[in-house]
Write a protein that binds this ligand. Structure first.
Ligand code: ZN
Length: 636
């Protein structure tokens, strides 16, 4: 999974969980059939009709609870409505389990072999959250099958259940999905039978304004960029953008030396009406971005790593998966303790691949890394909560407030993954005199078994350690544990230093910080007085220990005046700049829940924004890491 915007802020498992790609088993029971009717999606309601093969007697039907990639029990059962279960035309009564809200109990009458089930998903969520967040507009819809499907309990592994899906689309709408069309027509499309796991892993994007572009067409298996947008003008992707995403496909082949899918669809929703995030699947990704992303350079830059991140998850997260997250079904609790690999390594690789593919420049990557490192270096919560606990507690942390976020810490294993895995990468390069790198680890770890169809190959901490030791012998267990359990107030900067750079602060925002200021209107004075402020003066958060903290500012207070003049972000930045070298405090008038107060901030070190600066005379490993592997291979 990927958050809304890039943040500023020894057991060897032999078991392989097959996804059961088709209903080819010898004595497979008849599949569940489900038809999702999306014709009312613009009115925020999706209808479904299912037939479920059953035997007479007590039956429990389940609704998916733990959603893969979301790492928490957030299946949207609250928005399930209009549930009618009938047998031979007779309505059956059902009862919800009074402990497990995701279980529905019904008694199947004698002689009945099939239940007819109708339900609706109320797609009414606000444009926040993840896959159950807002998913529809007047002109598009993203269907996540877990919102509709009910299935019989009693299967340890959801790949044991077969489902044959169909959809009914609004007239004139096109669609993209990793499912395979087997029949129907333009409005009523039938897909081939898949396992329940593969169904839930295969969302469908549909829309009135729709674009499908083949990427890197010379490569098999096939890759497609599918975009649905709120207006036709939002689909004007430049040839450079499309070429960069084709580069991404090529670069992943060079890096992972394998592919684990039949074909791959990037399902991109460009809309301001939906939640913004990314969710990974084996053969597709659900990528939801602001409406103008492909026609606005700042928005495109702020989403630069989204598609590389979600695509990387097809290897790192879906194919190779921490044992604690490879539960095989939607009911068993997931354990997030290795999310610093699942998400942290993916975050590092997503950003590196964005640069290698030329979705962003190397300079933009360095600006991103500088912002990331500086956010983590001004993060006092690291003195009480270690990185490991942010992963272990992931299911608590995805939907927390931004207020006092620097003291709580949040899903830091994403951003800190950039630093930890850059540290691993540059340490391998240093130890091997630049003959080997993390690329060698990835080719073996993610490419295990070569090209395969989708399946899950679980791993434990010791497998990561032994994989690194296979590249170069080192005490990797101690290396990783030190970074996972550190209570240092400072972020690990070894990767940046080994990469030939250092983190510095100047009075000019870097390009990423500037893109964020332009796109969101936020004024980031985090590294000077210790606050981020919205365009209307609301304080998003206050850095613990900063001048703003000492002056008793708090999150959600609104700054209404700066040195006696009505607030603007520019005025605040100007005041910080002008206070440099003076002794007079910066005077703010703030309103806190209706109470006004004058506050003086005693700060005189000027504006401070993070940058990476090259350290002359050191190896430029970071620059090497960002070079396209496809071009390096050609040139050598
Ligand atoms: Zn992710």
């Amino acid at each position: 999974m990927h958050l809304r915007f890039r943040p500023m802020f020894g057991l060897i498992f032999a078991a392989v969980l097959s996804l059961g790609t088709t209903g080819a088993a010898q004595t497979a029971p008849a599949p569940i059939r489900i038809t999702a009717d999306l014709t009312d999606a613009p009115r925020k309601i999706i209808h479904a009709q299912m037939t479920i093969p059953v035997s007479p007697g007590p039956l429990t039907l389940l609704y998916a609870k733990w959603i893969p990639g979301e790492h928490m029990p957030d299946g949207p059962a609250d928005n399930l409505a209009g549930l009618f279960i009938t047998a031979n035309g007779q309505q059956l009564s059902w009862v919800r389990d009074d402990v497990n809200m995701y279980a529905i109990r019904v008694t199947v009458p004698e002689g009945v072999t099939q239940l007819d089930v109708k339900d609706d998903f109320l797609a009414t969520a606000a444009a926040t959250g993840f896959s159950a967040g807002a998913s529809t507009s007047a002109n598009l819809a993203l269907l996540s099958w877990n919102e509709l499907v009910l299935y019989p309990a009693g299967h340890a592994n959801d790949s044991d259940i077969d489902v044959q899906p169909s959809v009914i689309l609004p007239p004139g709408w096109q669609y993209g999905t990793a499912l395979t069309k087997t029949g129907g027509d333009a409005l009523h499309v039938d897909f081939g039978t898949v396992s329940l796991e593969q169904l839930i892993d295969s969302p469908l994007l549909t829309g009135r304004y729709f674009l499908e572009v083949p990427l890197a067409p010379e490569i098999a298996p096939k890759h497609f960029l599918d975009v649905a947008a709120d207006g036709p003008e939002d689909l004007k992707l430049t040839p450079e953008t499309i070429n960069a995403y084709s580069n991404l496909v090529r670069e992943t082949g060079a890096l992972y030396q394998s592919r684990h899918y039949e074909s791959y669809h990037f399902l991109v929703t460009a809309s301001d009406q939906v939640a913004h995030f990314g969710l990974e699947h084996h053969q597709s990704s659900d990528d939801r971005v602001p409406e103008k992303t492909f026609v606005d350079d700042n928005l495109l830059l702020l989403s630069a790593d989204l598609l590389p991140h979600e695509f990387t998850h097809s290897w790192n997260g879906k194919y190779r998966r921490p044992a604690g997250l490879a539960t095989g079904n939607y009911e068993d609790p997931m354990k997030g303790n290795l999310l610093w690999v699942y998400e942290g390594l993916t975050n590092y690789l997503g950003n590196v691949l964005a640069a290698r593919s030329k979705i962003e420049t190397a300079a933009q990557y360095r600006d991103y890394l500088a912002s990331d490192a500086a956010m983590l270096d001004y993060r006092p919560g690291r003195t009480w909560r270690d990185l490991q606990d942010t992963a272990t507690a992931a299911q608590l942390l995805y939907e927390t407030s931004d207020q006092w976020d620097n003291w709580r810490r949040s899903t830091d294993y994403y951003a800190e993954g950039d630093l930890v895995w850059l540290d691993v990468d540059t340490t391998i390069r240093k130890l091997t005199k630049d003959k080997k790198s993390l690329n060698d680890f990835l080719a073996a770890f993610e490419g295990l078994g070569g090209n395969t169809l989708p399946k899950v190959v679980p791993y434990a901490f010791d497998d990561v350690v032994s994989g690194l030791n296979n590249v170069v012998a080192y005490d990797w267990a101690a290396f990783l544990k030190e970074r996972l359990t550190s209570k240092s107030p400072h972020a690990p900067m070894g990767g940046i230093e080994n990469g030939g750079y250092k983190l510095v602060y100047t009075d000019q925002p870097n390009e990423i910080t500037q893109a964020r200021i332009t796109s969101t209107g936020t004024t980031p004075e985090w590294w000077s007085i210790g606050i981020d402020v919205t365009s209307d003066g609301h304080i998003e958060d206050v850095l613990v220990g900063s001048p703003a903290d000492k002056a008793k500012l708090g999150p959600a207070m609104q700054i209404v005046a700066v040195n006696g003049r009505q607030f603007s972000g520019q005025l605040l930045s100007d005041a910080i700049r002008d206070a440099k070298g003076n002794s007079a405090p910066i005077e703010l008038i703030v309103v806190n829940t209706g109470v006004y107060k004058v506050i003086g901030i005693d700060y005189h070190d000027g504006l401070r924004y993070p940058h990476l600066e090259r350290v002359d005379g050191t190896p430029d490993r970071l620059d090497d890491i960002l070079k396209p592997m496809t071009e390096t291979a050609k040139g050598s």
